[in-house]
Design a binder for this molecule. Sequence first.
Ligand code: ZN
Length: 284
Amino acid sequence: MQWFGRRESDNVEDNRGGGGRFALGGGIVGIVALAIYYFTGIDASQLLNQVATNTQPQTEQRANDPKAPEDKQKNFVRVVLADTEDIWTKLFSDMGKTYEKPHLVLFTDAVRSGCGNASSATGPFYCPADAKVYIDLSFYDELQNRFGAAGDFAQAYVIAHEVGHHVQNLLGISAKMDQARNHLSEKQYNKLSVKLELQADFYAGVWAHYEQSLKKVLDPGDIEEALNAANAIGDDRLQKQAQGRVEPDSFTHGTSAQRMYWFKKGYETGDINQGDTFGNGDLE
Ligand SMILES: [Zn+2]
């Protein structure tokens, strides 16, 4: 992906380092009042101290500190976020809607979000309550070393997927999910969750389509990098690696094949209307 020297978003909050750290004591609190949307289905149980209240981050914001060290990875994230802003602003405008830009929070180890506290172990996530994407950049090392998904466009896909959840939030899909959650069994809800996650992958693919057709910034092999990442983090594959077997009822994000299929469909069509992963009015 050709990103160097391009426009960077102002909507990245840098909470890394000392300011972003606080102790996550105690056990896991079982109250899950607000949905939170992850990039993968791994280690979601490690979400800690989930609370119903909208806790504002009490950490010191360093985004405006001119002395804060800049780094290449942060520049990259800011460019990718800027690209999602440009493309989704256009696509929403085409629908006669206004795209409200999400913030993206960089953190290390642990973070306090509008959806409760989370540790890096959960991986990147999106919180609809504060409309922010959260990522500890160490996940990119994990993506490469643990999941074998290298490349800058694999990294861009992670952000585009979480921004896809933001799009769902703006379109009212997340609110319907929260309602559905109240009257569904865990097994039924997991099925819906898979559809929601696959749609976020589809939206990431739509974004990739316009990265190429509008901005012309993709390099050869970029789409393969994203598909390789989608393949690497399928629920079936992660479960097989973790426990040697696969339990489809517990899938929350979809299989490797599904995740690749929907990303690819978004990329090939660029048509936001073709992302009805729910089908059959499941959310009505
Ligand atoms: Zn997700």
